[in-house]
Design a protein around this ligand. Structure first.
Ligand SMILES: *[C@@H]1O[C@H](CO)[C@@H](O)[C@H](O)[C@H]1NC(C)=O
Ligand SMILES: *[C@@H]1O[C@H](CO)[C@@H](O)[C@H](O)[C@H]1NC(C)=O
Ligand SMILES: *[C@@H]1O[C@H](CO)[C@@H](O)[C@H](O)[C@H]1NC(C)=O
Ligand SMILES: *[C@@H]1O[C@H](CO)[C@@H](O)[C@H](O)[C@H]1NC(C)=O
Ligand SMILES: *[C@@H]1O[C@H](CO)[C@@H](O)[C@H](O)[C@H]1NC(C)=O
Ligand SMILES: *[C@@H]1O[C@H](CO)[C@@H](O)[C@H](O)[C@H]1NC(C)=O
Ligand SMILES: *[C@@H]1O[C@H](CO)[C@@H](O)[C@H](O)[C@H]1NC(C)=O
Length: 832
């Protein structure tokens, strides 16, 4: 026993020793790390910073844009992010001039910024809520700067907190909205400029009412509204959650508060930019940049009242504005000219005499109209309908998910937007002649007029038709299969042109492709399967059997096909005809014996066949084809899915662009959340298109740039670079360019016998085309000129827009190192 006691005490000694050593080490460590608070006896000088526990955030004096300016502000930024990212500013409008500022807290809990040299008070806040004997102001791990009693760790027991006074940035944990108890209104106001944090013009705020919504303001004018809570999301604001990357938000609307807050799985901020945009960005360490995940306004329909009153904005249609059912343009001339400001007016009055005679038409999945609605508490939809019928000015009703009742509109309907995801249903009241079941005798006269008019116009149409048939007879030319006449709106030009477009029967196509046999299958893509076929003895064709996701009716489809068939250029694949059979839609093209460019480019052996001359010929051909689509054809077509597999090669290796106009054929579906993957391919998508589906000719130019770099390098933009320091081919090309090593990009499969100046010029053009800002990218007409010009006459390319893979919905986001994220997207939407 005794010896055991002895052993125990000898064991204790070293343990004690180690403990003491550890204690000393940890003490010295803690004095080495920066403190996270200030007390009345320990103010913060200009040359010091506080660092939050965990090291995520830092607080101290800073100069905007990290310049050598003398204006000093107290701010909070990310401590571990090398790009200056200020998320909060205390003295936004009152800088300390020079480095003599001091942040302190008084014994009664007033936080002050003073200029020690001039003894002036620059900024202060007072303790509103709690009694403090030993006040301490601490930077918490979530970036909240709070005033509290020393040693008191009760959450939210603060005398003041920075989270209640956001500047332009919403951090996770912050709330945007109104505290109904205290009246505190927490909104985000942009910086005035990159170098001036004082409150600027743009502000994102929660506007409370019966259906609270987030609005983006330009001073007092409204730029954008989210739309009301629909039970799952706040209007058009989407959450996402995939592969451990998440952006979700919480919307609270109760007796105490209306608030919006974000939850994220990585460093993410929501910010109002100085250019009037609301952005969500995430820090991606691999890219050393704040990647733009989402931005508002993203397209024209995001602008409040884009289409004027009583109209609906649908970004997938062209034109995007359309009068609501029962309305007609107030000023038809302007409306036709694309000026929608005047909006629409009611075409027919409601039948208010006999209650219940009016019917309703539902508009599904829309952003509900803005203008003053009347909220009916705990009314069911049916009750709402009857209520609407009672008031002759009531034009529509809808469920109010946020409020638990319904809403009716007795005014003009403003800012109705068609959404391809989420949204609510709006029930529009039908006017007199729109209602199906009307049989009042007073209307008999009307009916006669209608009958006569329709008879007359029928006769007129018939004679036009006959005349037209007669004209056609003389110039009919059967190209292939059966030719039929379309009932298409014809303008003079169309009349003069040949309108033949063969409509093949299903039987013909099935026979040509041996019933779509597997041996005849050439490939498939997002739009459907492609088969090789033989018509008659030896006419080879390629048949694209479209996936069923096209929602277009037969007539609409035919019109679109006809339009596309009119695009003829030696660098476009020729559309020979189409086939419509029940739900089936097929396109018949000329057959290209050398298949597609990707089959050559990305296969080592075949790539060797592509000498520089051939590659250059392909580049020029694609440029011509795209130029034709963008500018030369009568219809402005944006391809939207330009990539190596869409470039087909004929016998002489001449490139022909295929799949143009597919976005049109897929009609209203094109920006749909689910089928959006169909249009566009990751790796080729421009940042602005990938983000929110903003497309323009400049998004095609971006894809063209990627294609150009691929043709030169023989490498795919994505895939090969997963384990290299570069994100993708574009990033790789950019870094080689900056190191003056661009020729390293050239495909090894190519012999060394090439004019390096021409290759360098093409690389430069490629880089000009993939620049981050769409407005920096050249038009195809300039690209043609550049190909013929001297390399020294070309501008220097700016940083490209990179695309990083981050999960299904975020497969494509851009990188921007701009510290204040003033990255502006001014893309004009161009439907045709
Ligand atoms: C900050 O500057 C003061 C003089 O203005 C100096 O006494 C102090 O040591 C400096 N502190 C640090 C951490 O550099
Ligand atoms: C901000 O800093 C960057 C680089 O330091 C500079 O290029 C830019 O012009 C500055 N912005 C302003 C508005 O001064
Ligand atoms: C500002 O620039 C200096 C070097 O000029 C650098 O050490 C510092 O980290 C930068 N600050 C921020 C917040 O980016
Ligand atoms: C706190 O003390 C400061 C001076 O130290 C004084 O100006 C201020 O009025 C006091 N505030 C309150 C709420 O007592
Ligand atoms: C934003 O908040 C400030 C301070 O609460 C308030 O004065 C301002 O009116 C708010 N702006 C909007 C647009 O709600
Ligand atoms: C904001 O309003 C000003 C005029 O008050 C205007 O010049 C500016 O273009 C507007 N900004 C946006 C983004 O609409
Ligand atoms: C319809 O509702 C509006 C708004 O509440 C009201 O001003 C108007 O008097 C109502 N009209 C009828 C006929 O009830």
């Amino acid at each position: 026993m005794a010896s055991f006691e002895h052993n125990k005490s000898t064991l204790l000694l070293p343990i004690l020793f180690i403990t003491v050593v550890l204690l000393i080490v940890s003490l010295s460590l803690s004095t080495a790390t920066a403190r996270d608070n200030i007390t009345p006896t320990q103010p913060l000088a200009d040359n010091e910073t506080l660092v939050s526990a965990g090291g995520t955030f830092a607080l101290g004096f800073f100069t905007p844009n990290n310049s050598s300016d003398r204006r000093r502000y107290i701010g909070i930024w990310y401590n571990n992010i090398p790009v200056q990212t200020i998320v909060w500013v205390a003295n936004r409008a009152n800088p300390v001039i020079g480095s003599t500022g001091q942040l302190s807290v008084t014994a009664n809990g007033t936080v002050r910024i003073t200029n020690r040299e001039t003894s002036t008070l620059v900024w202060s806040v007072v303790n509103h809520f709690i009694f403090l004997t030993n006040p301490v102001v601490q930077l918490l791990g979530n970036g909240n700067f709070v005033m509290k009693e020393e040693g008191d760790n009760i959450e939210n027991n603060y005398g003041w907190q920075s989270f209640d006074y956001p500047t332009d940035t919403l951090l996770p944990g912050m709330k945007l909205g109104v505290n109904r108890m205290t009246g505190l209104n927490r909104n985000l106001t942009a910086w005035k400029s990159e170098v001036d944090p004082s409150p600027g013009e743009y502000c994102a705020a929660m506007v409370i009412g019966d259906s609270p919504e987030i609005y983006l303001f330009n001073r007092s004018s409204k730029l954008w509204r989210s739309g009301p809570w629909d039970g799952r999301q706040l209007g058009t604001l989407r959450s996402w959650n995939s592969n451990g990357r998440a952006f979700t938000y919480t919307f609270v609307n109760n007796y105490n508060e209306v608030s919006f807050s974000i939850q994220v799985s990585y460093q993410t901020i929501l910010r109002v930019g100085q250019s009037g945009v609301l952005q969500i960005r995430a820090w991606v360490p691999e890219a050393e940049g704040w990647l733009l995940l989402w931005q508002i306004p993203a397209n024209l329909c995001d602008n409040i009242g884009q289409c004027g009153s009583n109209s609906i904005c649908d970004i997938t249609q062209s034109p995007i504005c359309r009068c609501l059912h029962g309305f007609t343009p107030k000023n038809p001339a302007n409306w036709e000219g694309g000026d929608y400001n005047d909006g629409c007016v009611r075409r027919v009055a409601f039948d208010c005499r006999s209650e219940g005679a009016d019917t309703f038409l539902s508009l599904n999945g829309v952003k509900l109209p803005e203008s003053s609605m009347i909220y009916l508490d705990s009314f069911s939809l049916d009750a709402c309908r009857s209520e609407c019928l009672k008031n002759c000015s009531c034009a529509a009703y809808a469920i109010s998910v946020g409020g638990g009742g319904c809403v009716i509109w007795v005014t003009d309907l403003l800012d109705v937007v068609q959404l391809s995801y989420a949204g609510l249903d709006l029930y529009m009241r039908n006017g007199l002649t729109d209602a199906a079941s009307h049989s009042q005798p007073q209307k008999a006269n009307w009916r006669i007029v209608v009958v006569i008019v329709s008879l007359l116009s029928g006769a007129l149409l018939l004679s036009c038709f006959i005349f037209f048939l007669w004209r056609r007879k003389k110039r009919r030319r059967v190209i292939l299969g059966r030719t039929i006449l379309f009932s298409h709106k014809l303008d003079e030009d169309d009349r003069r042109k040949d309108l033949d477009l063969p409509l093949f029967t299903f039987g013909t196509i099935a026979a040509a492709t041996e019933s779509f046999s597997a041996e005849n299958k050439l490939g498939q893509d997002g739009f459907g399967h492609v088969y090789k076929g033989t018509l008659g003895r030896d006419k080879e064709i390629a048949v694209k059997r479209l996936a069923k996701s096209s929602q277009q009716g037969a007539e609409e489809f035919k019109n679109e096909v006809m339009l596309i068939a009119k695009l003829q250029n030696r660098n476009l694949v020729r559309l020979l005809g189409c086939c419509i059979h029940g739900e089936e839609r097929m396109l018949v093209y000329e057959y290209m014996p050398n298949k597609s460019l990707d089959a050559f480019l990305f296969e080592k052996e075949k790539a060797a066949l592509l000498e520089w001359r051939t590659r250059y010929q392909i580049i020029v051909g694609i440029t011509r084809g795209l130029l034709y689509l963008h500018h030369d054809s009568r219809y402005r077509i944006i391809h939207r899915d330009l990539k190596a597999s869409n470039i087909l090669l004929d016998k002489e290796m001449n490139p022909k662009i295929s799949d143009f106009g597919m976005a049109r054929l897929f009609g209203g579906d094109e920006t749909d959340y689910n089928t959006r993957k169909v249009v566009g391919t990751y790796g080729y998508m421009s940042p602005e298109y990938a983000m929110e589906g903003i497309f323009s000719v400049k998004s095609d130019v971006y894809s063209f740039g990627v294609l150009l770099l691929e043709i030169i390098s023989g490498k795919k933009n994505r895939g090969l670079y997963a384990f290299s320091p570069h994100l993708n081919l574009v990033a790789h090309a950019w870094s080689l360019w900056n190191e003056n090593e661009s020729l390293e990009l050239v495909d090894e499969a190519m012999s060394n016998d090439f004019p390096s100046n021409d290759v360098l010029k093409c690389i430069k053009i490629g880089l000009l085309c993939v620049q981050d800002h769409p407005e920096d990218r050249p038009l195809m007409s300039s690209v043609i000129e550049m190909l013929g010009a001297d390399i020294t006459s070309l501008r220097q390319p700016k940083q490209p827009g990179f695309l990083v893979k981050m999960g299904p919905e975020l497969d494509h986001i851009s990188n921007n190192k701009d510290p204040h994220m003033s990255n502006e997207l001014t893309v004009t939407l161009d439907g045709r």
